[in-house]
Design a protein around this ligand. Structure first.
Ligand code: SF4
Length: 907
């Protein structure tokens, strides 16, 4: 970055060439006023308060519209400038209602006092407010707008456009009558999805949050706590405002990655579950078939007795556990320690198994690590982004804002998905293959890459194990995927496949981002592998802004895996067969090495299968809801009911908890300390914001209590930080991370020592495989085992909605989120609607070979003919009653994305 020297009021300042002058001045202590400027937005020059004089330029200039240059001499403050600012401010005040009600952040109020304009009689410009018609829009579920407080600074319009990429807002009318409008009429009928970016940047409180507007009193708020959003794997940094032990507002933290102020509707308005009346507040024990209130002592005694009884009667392998991607690293670390030391086996898993396990398996064997290669900012920087099987705008909303920013900069975007997703409208190429045909499609792209000679032979020769041999093997498979074959299998026009292949392979840098559409198939590992093969032979990895990132779902699904909630890996992805590491663990855990089981345990769905067969007799489920999230719901329920003992630890009485023998009340992420890991391997702090309700306890303490009661104490820990110190000792990729460093640094693993800055992009030097080279594994297309037939002629795909989250345990407790969609639906293509005489809004029965549910029909050309889509959030219409309990042979994931169904009319 070239440096320049400039002078502001005689003070020498060194800055980067091209930086914004107002920003540089403010950073160096010059408090130049200005209301339309925001560091995250392009300058507008609308309010004219930031005027300065620059030597060599006539008159005054708006500093927000000027970039610094070497030798620039600036006058920031003199009598003339201050007088001009006072008059300008008076003009602004003449058009608005400027009283302050202690309910919003207001950048205007301090300026009114600073320029002595509080007293209307001292204002040089009289008010014309009564001549302007005031527009008040209260139609949005989450915010309201008052044009009487709006200074027309354009920040909200620009934020919606430049930061969120949604372009919902614009200015209506002209001159003094102008006001901000959403869509063509109002917020309620517009495409606004409630992210609240406009609220975050509004300097006057013209746009404010609706929740708690009556009760909030900003001057009384003593606590503003920085923590991490509890929803998705983006890991947005939030600031929670607390009034009387209640969260009354959430704001994005402006200067912290991964989000830099941005949030989605869940992050900003999804916190109501914390104090919902249905929170579990005391332990429950099943007596005479009913869950009844119990003391912690009774519950812990019962748990210890039952786990010990089952161990003694059936052996230690008859018990299993689910860790939680909704809990902290510290909770999960202790959970796996409990399972390995107190229960004594590796029968444990977390919901990564049902999420990105296919991509993780393929990445691990090809590159050496299962995590995403890139940082979130790289989505805005890469020259070509291919997003496959991921509805990022709804499932990773803030990540999608970076993707859209890349597009604004002229980068290329390719969207591949059987369902047309919101990102498709930004894409250069949209490919809509038939569900479950990804390998054929990607091998078809490989065909063109070979045919057009776009292979990066240097990369293959130098960075790929047995590169030339594997390239030939891959070529011989790819050449079978001719345009005709690919069109027949995928339904995609060959020209689109060719264009996408060339765009990706010839880009200077390229990232592949994938979601559940790739992973959740019986061929999920092959799907991811085909893409990885393409990435390797084109050399689109091992350099900045290039690689492969499986976008992670839950906010700590990455961390739960990192902490060793796995039947085959210790913390840090060390195989359980690694003798040296077992010895290290044994010494840190102060147990004989033989006590640490080295035989692989059962995966998530294998545990449920074993429970149904009667091989697993007892389970400990921490913060998971398999009744809604696992495939083939009837099978899951049968399995859980077959257990002799089921312990569920959660924040609500979930569909799974209702089947338990003991339910323990745990705390939310707003009620404890700890860390989580985001989708881009960023270790983030969780900080306590609220006091837990009733007798709810943090998960880490509950685990310690149970171990103690079973006479197998796990150690003495006074805080999550002490647990983290132990995590560092046994997890090489975390060794350089500490709570102290996280206070001032942003760290992404691997971070091997205290001097390491962490690793934003993986594999810049070498791959993590034993040879340090990438590996190609050629894969062939395998047709789905289940095919549509006369009885079940349609295919059902499942997924998520923006405003709900997973099993909706948390999100449906927010009345604000619910207003954006709170009922199940089945998307049906217009041609199928006609064929089966269906109308939008009609309630139908959806039947698969596994069972049936009812749902409203929505006719939509977002899906292909013959294919349907259903969100899986709703317990009253559980999509997973219809899905298949089959498994990818390597990743052991289920094919949530492909179930044959029929639609029956309800008379
Ligand atoms: Fe929370 Fe994810 Fe939304 Fe960010 S994008 S606010 S982490 S749900």
């Amino acid at each position: 970055m070239e440096k320049v020297h400039l002078y502001i009021d005689g003070q020498e300042i060194i800055s980067n060439k091209g930086d914004n002058l107002l920003h540089v001045a403010r950073k160096n202590g010059f408090d130049i006023p200005g209301l339309c400027f925001h560091p995250r937005l392009t300058p507008t020059g609308a309010c004219r308060l930031c005027v300065v004089k620059i030597k060599g330029r006539p008159g005054t200039v708006m500093s927000c519209t000027v970039n610094v240059e070497d030798g620039m001499e600036v006058v920031a403050f003199d009598e003339e400038l201050e007088a001009q600012r006072r008059t300008t401010l008076a003009h602004i005040l003449a058009e608005i209602e400027d009283s302050y009600n202690d309910k919003h952040i207001d950048e205007l109020q301090p300026l009114i006092d600073r320029y002595d304009l509080r007293d209307p009689s001292k204002r040089p410009v009289p008010s014309i407010l009564d001549k302007i018609s005031r527009q008040i829009d209260t139609t949005s579920p989450v915010l309201q707008y008052d044009s009487g407080k709006c200074i027309k600074c354009f920040r909200c319009i620009k934020a919606c456009d430049e930061i969120q990429g949604k372009s919902v807002l614009s200015m209506a009318e002209r001159g003094i009558s102008s006001y901000v409008v959403a869509g063509v009429k109002n917020w309620g009928t517009s495409e606004c999805d409630g992210c609240g970016e406009c609220i975050q940047v509004c300097p006057t409180g013209a746009i404010v949050e609706k929740p708690y507007l009556e009760t909030i009193q900003i001057s009384k708020i003593k606590q503003k706590v920085q923590t991490t959003c509890p929803y998705c794997g983006v890991g947005c940094q939030i600031e929670a405002w607390v009034q009387d032990n209640t969260i009354v507002r959430i704001r994005g933290v402006e200067d912290k990655l991964p989000n830099k102020g941005r949030l989605c509707v869940k992050g900003r308005f999804g916190y109501f579950y914390t104090q919902h009346e249905e929170r579990l507040t005391h332990p429950l024990i099943r007596k005479n078939g009913k869950l009844e209130k119990a003391t912690w002592n009774e519950a812990l005694d019962y748990i210890a007795r039952e786990f010990n009884r089952i161990k003694q009667t059936y052996g230690k392998k008859s018990l299993a556990g689910y860790g939680s991607s909704k809990c902290t690293n510290e909770d999960n670390y202790l959970f796996q320690k409990f399972m390995r030391l107190v229960i004594g086996n590796n029968n444990m898993d977390n919901c990564a198994r049902l999420c990105q396990s296919s991509a993780v398996a393929a990445l691990m064997r090809s590159l050496g690590d299962g995590a995403g290669t890139n940082s979130i900012e790289e989505y805005a920087q890469t020259d070509c982004l291919i997003i496959v099987g991921d509805n990022a705008a709804e499932t990773h909303p803030v990540t999608s804002t970076y993707m859209k920013q890349g597009k604004r900069k002229g980068k290329k975007l390719i969207v591949i998905d059987p369902k047309i997703t919101p990102l498709a409208k930004y894409a250069d190429i949209v490919i809509q293959p038939k569900i479950g045909t990804d390998v054929a499609l990607v091998n078809g792209m490989l065909y063109y890459i070979f045919q057009e000679n776009l292979v990066n032979y240097d990369f293959v020769k130098n960075k790929v194990e047995d590169g030339e041999k594997m390239l030939q093997e891959l070529r011989s498979i790819a050449m079978k995927y001719t345009p005709e074959v690919v069109k027949e299998i995928t339904g995609v026009e060959p020209e689109l496949v060719r264009k996408a292949a060339i765009m990706y392979a010839t880009a200077p840098s390229a990232i592949i981002a994938t979601g559940m559409g790739i992973s959740q198939h019986t061929v999920g590992t092959n799907n991811a592998q085909a893409l990885i093969n393409m990435m390797i032979i084109t050399g689109q990895v091992g350099k900045p802004n290039s690689g492969y990132s499986p976008l992670r779902g839950q906010n700590n699904v990455q961390g739960a895996g990192d902490m060793g909630i796995s039947p085959t890996f210790f913390p840090g992805y060390i195989p359980i067969s690694n003798e040296n590491h077992r010895k290290l663990l044994a010494s840190v855990w102060k147990v004989p090495v033989e006590e640490i089981d080295a035989t692989p345990g059962l995966t998530m769905l294998e545990i449920i299968d074993a429970a149904e067969k009667g091989d697993i007799k007892g389970m400990y489920i921490m913060g998971e809801n398999p009744v809604l999230s696992d495939p083939d719901q009837d099978h899951t329920i049968r399995a859980l009911k077959n257990l002799e003992f089921l312990l569920v630890q959660d924040i609500f009485l979930t569909e799974t908890a209702k089947l338990a023998h003991v339910v323990l009340p745990a705390t939310t992420l707003f009620e404890k300390e700890g860390t989580v890991v985001s989708s881009d391997r960023r270790i983030l702090r969780i900080r306590q914001v609220l006091t837990p309700p009733g007798e709810a306890r943090p998960d880490w303490k509950i685990i310690l209590d149970i171990a103690e009661r079973m006479n197998k104490p796990l150690g003495t820990y006074h805080s999550p930080e002490e647990i983290f110190e132990e995590i560092r000792q046994v997890t090489p990729i975390f060794r350089g991370v500490s709570y102290a460093r996280l206070e001032k640094e942003e760290l992404q693993w691997p971070c091997y020592d205290e001097n390491s800055p962490g690793t934003p992009t993986l594999y810049l030097e070498k791959f993590s495989t034993p040879s340090g080279k990438a590996k190609i594994f050629p894969v062939e297309f395998i047709p789905q085992a289940e095919q549509p037939n006369e009885k079940f002629p349609l295919v059902m795909n499942t997924g998520r909605m923006l405003n709900q989250y997973h099993t909706a345990t948390m999100s449906r407790k927010s009345p604000y989120l619910n207003q954006y969609g709170n009922e199940p639906y089945l998307l049906v293509h217009p041609s199928d609607a006609e064929k089966y005489a269906l109308k939008t809004g009609e309630i139908v029965r959806v039947v698969s070979p596994r069972g049936s549910i009812t749902s409203k029909v929505l006719i939509s050309d977002q899906v292909r003919p013959g294919e349907t889509f259903m969100p899986w959030h709703f317990q009253e219409s559980p999509a997973n009653k219809l899905t298949r309990n089959e498994k990818d042979p390597l990743s052991k994931i289920a094919p949530f994305k492909y179930s044959i169904i029929r639609i029956e009319k309800i008379e």
